[in-house]
Design a protein around this ligand. Structure first.
Ligand SMILES: Cc1ncc(C[n+]2csc(CCOP(=O)(O)OP(=O)(O)O)c2C)c(N)n1
Ligand SMILES: [Mg+2]
Length: 197
């Protein structure tokens, strides 16, 4: 049941991050990281270069530690499938400031475009909703983008939007890769002088 989805992942990421304000961003490894870097590197971007399956739990920890800040996790369908248990933990903690965007190309893009289970119809938004997320949506065309972005930015969380995107590949856009640098840069931008304590 392969489908040709019309949304392009780079446009989705750029739309999600336009006028981002003081949004805190966590990105899942691989292509979603490149998509967000292509939208513009930022000190409040925390890129996960590995740790497949943990993007949502990293976002959850951040959301609980910084309850007055909006936290957005942008990850892939393969990464999300590997960390499904995180959705239950998020639902149990109910962080009102946590939003999850899944860029769903129905493939493990980074490793050769093997089908993921979403290609077989597994419904990530449905899983999140049933677990206890406040609101979820699956978006497959540009008409749904505005409402989805508003939900991710402002609706009481936890919320999830799944964007069904084309499996076309985009050029690599690689942000900094040094984990210490990224962690220190993020902490400094978020905490200022308190980051050194
Ligand atoms: C534990 C672990 N298993 C496998 C990999 C290899 N790997 C890196 S990215 C990736 C695919 C990610 O797929 P998805 O999240 O859907 O991102 P896409 O590239 O499709 O946007 C895989 C299998 C890894 N880095 N770590
Ligand atoms: Mg994928």
């Amino acid at each position: 049941m392969e489908k040709n989805h019309v949304l392009r992942r780079r446009e989705v990421a750029a739309t999600l991050l336009a006028d981002r304000g003081d949004l805190l961003l966590v990105t899942g490894l691989g292509s979603p990281t490149y998509d967000c870097a292509a939208a513009g590197d930022h000190a409040l971007n925390f890129y996960l270069w590995g740790a497949m399956g943990s993007a949502v739990t990293v976002g959850l920890g951040l959301a609980l530690a910084q309850p007055s800040r909006r936290v957005l996790v942008v990850t892939g369908d393969g990464e999300m499938l590997m960390g499904l248990g995180a959705l239950a933990t998020v639902a149990a903690k109910r962080p009102a400031n946590l939003a999850v965007a899944v860029i769903d190309n129905e493939r493990y893009g980074e490793t050769g475009m093997q089908d993921t289970h979403t290609a077989a119809g597994v419904d990530l938004a449905g899983i999140a909703k049933t677990a206890g997320f406040t609101a979820t949506a699956t978006i497959a065309d540009a008409a749904g983008m505005g409402d989805a972005v508003r939900m991710l930015r402002t609706s009481p969380g936890p919320v999830m939007a799944v964007f069904k995107v084309s499996a076309a590949r985009d050029a690599f856009v690689l942000p900094p890769r040094d984990g210490h640098y990224l962690k220190d840069r993020f902490r400094q931008a978020l905490l200022g002088d308190a980051a050194v304590a």
